[in-house]
Design a protein around this ligand. Structure first.
Ligand code: PLP
Length: 456
């Protein structure tokens, strides 16, 4: 009954008057009024009108253990009473942050033994930039200062995050403030670039763009390659199986650092602790955020692999970087309880063995829909491409006139029918909470099909 306490119109009016929303046209939002979300439980949220919505996006890809976890609230409450805050700058530490660092080392690939804490994924990637530059500096290779990223990547919204990211919208608005020496290569998006090739052939071609770029700018100039194991905000771009092994080979060949931005893929999203485990890659740095606390409290950071940590710790002296909230004890307490839940409820094993394969099957059935050119999943992320008219092959379909059309059609129907799904270009995507059951997958895919039918 949380909605009964809320005066929707009054909140919307205040919202329109004072609140500049992230990634939003505040003026047009003010005209329609923001939907006021008042409660969450499991995989559902409720708005102030009492309408229930199935949250197929886990908030913003973060609500891994689902809403309404009272044990996380309890852990946070207890920690706030004991020690709500202390910094980690001046030779002090705190118990939850230390325990969390040890826990993260335990669940991450074997060559990770150090953690740098930050407040978000963006700050994690700012930290990466510093770590990368410092590493090459200490190695006596200052000239290695070019970072290669990918078009359509999302690495955050700070200047470093947005510069590393490859979304044209964010770069266009940032003329003059993007960081130099960050270059981008194409994304491994089979729908877009794979015409006339098998996915496996295309995966090698797309990985080859990394080597081409390295040779173009000069191998001795390249510091690192950064990428999301599965590109998330860019539209759940699932790379062909050949892509990551070839990327790893190229990074190894030229000695460049590999950074896996696991802000979405980390903490079970692909049915493994990290996307790096899923694809069998060995990054030097891993960015994390979101799923580390399931979004209950902000936290992010970087897992620092031995190659970088050894140099920085042995030879670096002071590392002049950090945030007020690095290693925040309350966030760490939330993360520890969140990870305990993931382990106790075997959520990752479930996604890997049971619900992930079930989602693949059910979501895959949408491939028969006349508006869908491809429906594909990887663990608990999924994307489908909408087309105006199906063709004989994936690459011979008739696209909608504009991606806006896709967004409008689908978003309208989805929200109206109680389903949260996101539109990115021609693609509709989901990333449900890891606690979603097979029955709820039926409900979710049923809702998606219903909404697609309604748009025909
Ligand atoms: N990296 C990736 C892969 C992300 O998906 C995001 C957020 O969506 C970020 C970084 C930025 O994280 P934050 O919004 O916590 O700064």
């Amino acid at each position: 009954d949380a909605h009964k306490k809320v005066d929707t119109k009054a909140i919307q009016a205040l919202d329109a008057k004072h609140y500049m929303h992230a990634f939003t046209d505040t003026k047009s939002l003010g005209q329609v009024g923001a939907r006021v979300i008042v409660k969450g439980q499991g995989i559902y949220i409720w708005d102030s009108e009492g309408k229930r919505l199935l949250d197929g996006m886990s908030g913003l890809w973060c609500m891994n253990v689902g809403y309404g976890r009272t044990t996380i609230a309890d852990a946070v409450h207890a920690q706030m009473q004991e020690l709500p805050y202390y910094n980690s700058f001046f030779q002090t530490t705190n118990v939850p942050a230390v325990q969390l660092a040890a826990k993260l080392v335990e669940i991450s690939p074997a060559h990770f033994n150090h953690v740098f804490f930050a407040g978000s994924g963006s700050e994690g990637n700012d930290t990466n930039l510093r770590l990368i530059r410092r590493y090459w500096d200490l190695k006596g290779a200052k000239e290695r200062n070019i970072i290669i990223s990918r078009e359509n990547a999302y690495h955050g919204s700070t200047i470093a995050g947005a510069s590393l990211g490859g979304m044209s919208g964010m770069h266009d608005q940032q003329i003059g403030v993007t960081i130099p020496n960050i270059v981008h290569i194409g994304q491994p998006y089979y729908v877009e670039g794979g015409k006339g090739k098998t996915p496996e052939e295309f995966g090698l071609v797309a990985a080859g763009w990394l080597e081409q770029k390295i040779l173009e700018v000069g191998a001795e100039r390249v510091a690192a390659f950064i990428a999301e194991p599965v590109q998330g905000a860019g539209g759940v771009i699932i790379p062909p199986s050949t892509y990551w092994p070839e990327i790893q080979r190229i990074c190894d060949k030229y000695g460049i650092l590999l950074v896996a931005d696991e802000v979405i893929c980390g903490f079970g999203r692909l049915g493994t602790w990290f996307g790096s485990d899923y694809f069998g890659i060995k990054p030097d740095l891993i960015t994390f955020a979101k799923g580390v606390t399931s979004g209950y409290i902000p936290m992010g950071g970087v897992l620092v692999g031995d190659r970088v940590a050894d140099v920085l710790i042995e030879h670096g002296g002071d590392f002049n970087h950090g945030f007020t909230y690095s290693g925040h004890p309350v966030a760490a307490a939330a993360a520890l309880e969140n990870i305990r839940i993931i382990q106790e409820e075997k959520l990752i094993e479930k996604v890997h063995n049971e619900t992930g394969p079930y989602l693949a099957k059910k979501f895959g059935e949408l491939n028969d829909h006349p508006l869908v050119s491809i429906a594909e999943t990887c663990g608990f992320v999924a994307g489908l491409n909408l087309v105006k008219k199906k063709g004989p092959t994936l690459h011979e379909c008739e696209a909608f006139d504009s991606s806006l059309e896709v967004g409008m059609i689908c978003r309208g129907h989805m929200f109206g029918n109680g389903m949260i799904m996101r539109a990115v270009g021609d693609r509709m995507i989901i990333a449900p909470p890891l606690v979603t059951t097979v029955e709820q997958i039926d409900e979710m895919v049923g809702l998606i099909r219903f909404c697609l039918d309604a748009t025909l």
